[in-house]
Ligand binder design. Structure first.
Ligand SMILES: [Mn+2]
Length: 364
C-alpha cells in the first residue's frame, strides 16, 4: 500500500523522466479545465486509488493531471487552501503543461480517465482515442460521442468526488485518511454544506458523506466546513494584479471580460495595474477588455471599464453598452487607456451583458 503523499511524490518523479523511460503505459486521470475543487481532488483521489488497487503490480503507471498550466493554479484559491490544510506538497502536482500527452498518445502509451467532464476541450480532441473511462456528474451533453468500450459513469450528483468515493467504497470499506479528508470536504463544498435550500445534494452525496464521516469523525459541522472553504474561495489577498484579472475570466472571441471581487476604481490604483493589463491583453491576444467590478460590502456596487480606449472594437462595444439600461456614469481616472463607469443600475451582472457583447461582435 502506498500512502497518498508518497504516491504524489513518485508520480511527479515519473513525469520528470525523459520519455517515460522504462514505462509501458501511462494512465492519466484528469479533471476539467476550470480546475475547480472537485476537478482538483477527484483526479488525485482516483489515481491514488488505482495505484493501490488495479495497478498495484502492473507496468502501467497511473498519474493525476491538473487540467491547467502550473502558473494558473494559484488563482484556484479553495483548491490551494484545502491542499495546504492537509499538508499536500503542491510541488508534487502534475500540471497540463508538464506532460506531453500528445507524444504519449502517438507512442500508443497513453490511457485517459476523464473526471468531472465528458467532452474533451478542442485543444485536446486528438487525445480522444486514448480515453478509456469517464466519471462525471454533469448532465449529458448530447454532443458527446463515446465508443461502447469506454467505461462511462454519468450520474447527476452534487460533486464528482461523491462518485469517486463511491468507486472506492464499492471495493473497500475504508479509504486512505488524507484522501478521505479531501473527498469529504470537497463533497461538502460542492453541496453548499448540504443546505437543503441550495438544492445541490442528491442521495448518493448524503450516503458518501455519512460513510466518510464514520471514518473521519469530523469535529466541525458540515456548515462550518463549507464556510471555511467559501472564505478561501473568496480570499484574493494572496493574488497578484495579473492573477486577479484571470481568476474569473469569461471570453467571447477576443473580447476578454474579467470579473473582479472589488470595484475597478479601487483595482486600478494598484501600482502595477498598467503593466498587468497590457501584458494580459497581449498574452491573451485580446481585441478588447471589459472589466466588471463588484463590491458587496454595503449593498451592491458595480462598475465597468473598457480597455484600450480608441480601439474600434472597444468603441463599438462601449457605444452599445452605454446605450443600454445600465445607467453608466463616467468616473474620472488618470489612465489614458481606460474608461471607467459607475453602473447605477446594479441589477445586471456579467450574465446579462454577455449576449449583448456577443451580438455586438457578430454585427461587425
Ligand atoms: Mn464538478
Amino acid at each position: 500500500m502506498i500512502h497518498f503523499h508518497n504516491y504524489l511524490k513518485q508520480s511527479k518523479e515519473l513525469v520528470t523522466k525523459v520519455n517515460f523511460e522504462g514505462i509501458k503505459c501511462v494512465h492519466v486521470v484528469m479533471g476539467n479545465e476550470s480546475c475547480d475543487l472537485d476537478s482538483t481532488i477527484a483526479p488525485l483521489a482516483l489515481a491514488c486509488f488505482y495505484a493501490n488497487d488495479k495497478y498495484r503490480c502492473s507496468d502501467i503507471k497511473v498519474i493525476p493531471v491538473m487540467n491547467v498550466a502550473a502558473d494558473d493554479f494559484p488563482i484556484k484559491t479553495e483548491s490551494n487552501y484545502l491542499l495546504d490544510k492537509y499538508k499536500v506538497d503542491k510541488s508534487n502536482l502534475i500540471f497540463k503543461d508538464e506532460i506531453n500527452m500528445t507524444w504519449l498518445c502517438q507512442q500508443e502509451r497513453l490511457k485517459i480517465t476523464l473526471v468531472d467532464h465528458h467532452i474533451l476541450s478542442e485543444s485536446d480532441s486528438h487525445l480522444k482515442c486514448c480515453v478509456t473511462e469517464i466519471i462525471d456528474h454533469r448532465p449529458l451533453d448530447k454532443a458527446s460521442e463515446w465508443d461502447k468500450n469506454v467505461r462511462f459513469i454519468l450520474s447527476q450528483v452534487g460533486s464528482c468526488c461523491t462518485l469517486i468515493a463511491n468507486e472506492i467504497f464499492q471495493i473497500y470499506n475504508r479509504c486512505l485518511c488524507t484522501v478521505a479528508q479531501l473527498l469529504y470536504e470537497t463533497i461538502v463544498f460542492d453541496t453548499i454544506g448540504f443546505k437543503p435550500e441550495a438544492g445541490k445534494s442528491k442521495e448518493l452525496d448524503f450516503t458518501m458523506a455519512e460513510q466518510l464521516e464514520k471514518l473521519l469523525k469530523p469535529t466541525k459541522t458540515r456548515l462550518e466546513i463549507f464556510d471555511e472553504l467559501w472564505a478561501a474561495h473568496n480570499d484574493v489577498s494572496a493574488l497578484t494584479t495579473r492573477q486577479l484579472l484571470s481568476k474569473d475570466l469569461k471570453q467571447i472571441g477576443n473580447v476578454l471580460i474579467p470579473g473582479l471581487p472589488m470595484l475597478v476604481q479601487h483595482f486600478i490604483s494598484r501600482p502595477d495595474f498598467e503593466h498587468a493589463i497590457s501584458s494580459f491583453f497581449s498574452d491573451k491576444n485580446g481585441e478588447a477588455i471589459i472589466i466588471m467590478g463588484l463590491e458587496t460590502e454595503d449593498g451592491i456596487t458595480r462598475d465597468i471599464a473598457f480597455y484600450p480606449v480608441g480601439n474600434d472594437v472597444v468603441k463599438k462595444l462601449q457605444q452599445r453598452i452605454l446605450a443600454d439600461e445600465l445607467q453608466l456614469e463616467e468616473v474620472a481616472n488618470s489612465l489614458e487607456q481606460l474608461n471607467v463607469y459607475k453602473q447605477n443600475n446594479v441589477l445586471h451582472s456579467r450574465k446579462y451583458l454577455i449576449p449583448i457583447i456577443k451580438d455586438t461582435i457578430a454585427e461587425k
